[in-house]
Design a protein around this ligand. Structure first.
Ligand code: PMP
Length: 360
């Protein structure tokens, strides 16, 4: 006899992540999860060691020091910040608090796979909206809104596309949404863009916009699980009611604070990524592979068809390189390649060139 879960739970798809290991290779190169090729800031690692001395104590419940550091570095109001176990947890708080049975949650065609999962986990119905030529279509989102819509999740820059919708378009969407709808601007890759604050100023001028951010990408802390959200005080107050008091450990809090204060490391990662993603795209275009300009730390290589993408993926694996198949995100012909360091970028292009050469 099996005990029955609540209605709807078995309709939730399991999250399918990228493979994390390539067995049997001496020098594997992982370019499948948009991780930081420069590792973690040395100051953050020093904070990790120091945190060992106070592990017998409970951590702070209000995250005041980390919120103050985030506020100082980004010029934000610390009272409007909430911290979570990865930005995933903040995205989850929003669904849990604002969507439920009978509600609809909008996400876009190539959006993050967690959005429909979080919607269903909250008992709500996910609604997928088409994009236009791999860019979020504000008018299509507005057309999909009903009186049951509660949340619109939007990634900017997009993953796996790397494309961006301009801030004016985001603002137009925020302005035109029905009044019961929260616009969530998922800014997991904001630090890699130029001239875009993730929507922080928009958050400050409106009562229906929340921005989420992560330490997993530019701060090189995917393994430690820290993210944050920035929103209107009223919404942050609601989200804090479902947050566990000790959701972040002493170590997470200390390391994240040191990481965000190490602006030299952040800037180094940003500048190297900006330079190398241009190079990576030029090389792919030179090999006859379609690739949009990326504003993130990955590029989406689009091959002739699914068979070619699969064959290239297999050839890369043979060479010890892991990239991400993105059929689940609407690109069966695509491979998403994280921008590695200079040697990593050269190695992946070398392997793709050999694949293309062998096929010609
Ligand atoms: N949003 C997007 C668009 C992502 O790609 C990711 C990472 N896969 C996340 C949110 C979640 O990041 P984390 O929970 O590590 O902060």
């Amino acid at each position: 006899m099996s005990i029955t879960p609540q209605p709807g739970i078995m309709e939730i798809d399991l999250y399918v992540g990228g493979q994390s290991r390539l067995e049997g290779h001496e020098n594997p190169l992982k370019l499948s999860s948009n991780e930081n090729p420069y590792g973690t800031s040395s100051q953050a690692l020093a904070a990790l060691e120091r945190s060992a001395a106070t592990l017998h104590r409970y951590p702070s419940t209000d995250h005041a020091e980390l919120r103050a550091a985030i506020a100082e570095i980004h010029g934000l109001d610390a009272d409007r910040i909430i911290c979570g176990v990865g930005s995933d947890e903040v995205l989850q708080f929003i669904a849990q608090c604002y969507a439920g049975p009978g509600c609809e949650v909008i996400h876009t065609e190539h959006g993050f796979a967690m959005y429909p999962i979080l919607a269903r986990a909250a008992g709500a119905t996910p609604v997928e909206v088409r994009e236009r030529a791999r860019v979020v279509d504000v008018d299509a989102i507005l057309a999909a809104c009903t009186d049951r819509t509660r949340i619109v999740y939007l990634t900017n820059p997009g993953n796996p596309t790397g494309t961006m919708i301009p801030l004016e378009e985001v603002a137009r969407l925020a302005e035109a949404l029905p009044e019961q709808v929260i616009l969530v601007l998922d800014g997991a890759y904001v630090e890699f863009t130029e001239g875009y604050d993730g929507g922080a100023r928009l958050v400050e001028s409106r009562d229906n916009v929340v921005m989420t951010r992560t330490f997993s990408k530019i701060h090189g802390l995917g393994g430690l699980r820290i993210g944050w959200g920035y929103g209107p005080r009223a919404i942050i107050d609601v989200l804090n009611r479902v947050r566990q008091p000790f959701n972040l450990s002493t170590t997470q809090l200390a390391v994240a604070e040191a990481a965000i204060r190490d602006e030299r490391f952040t800037e180094h990662c940003r500048a190297e990524n900006a330079r190398l993603r241009v190079w990576l795209r030029e090389q792919l275009l030179g090999l006859g592979i379609a690739c949009d300009e990326s504003h993130a730390n990955y590029v989406l290589a689009r091959f002739a068809d699914e068979a070619e993408a699969a064959a290239c993926d297999a050839a890369l694996r043979e060479s010890g390189i892991l990239v991400r198949r993105v059929g689940g995100y609407g690109f069966p012909e695509g491979l998403r390649i994280t921008v590695g360091d200079e040697a990593g970028c050269a190695r992946v292009i070398d392997a793709i060139s050999r694949f293309k050469g062998a096929a010609a």
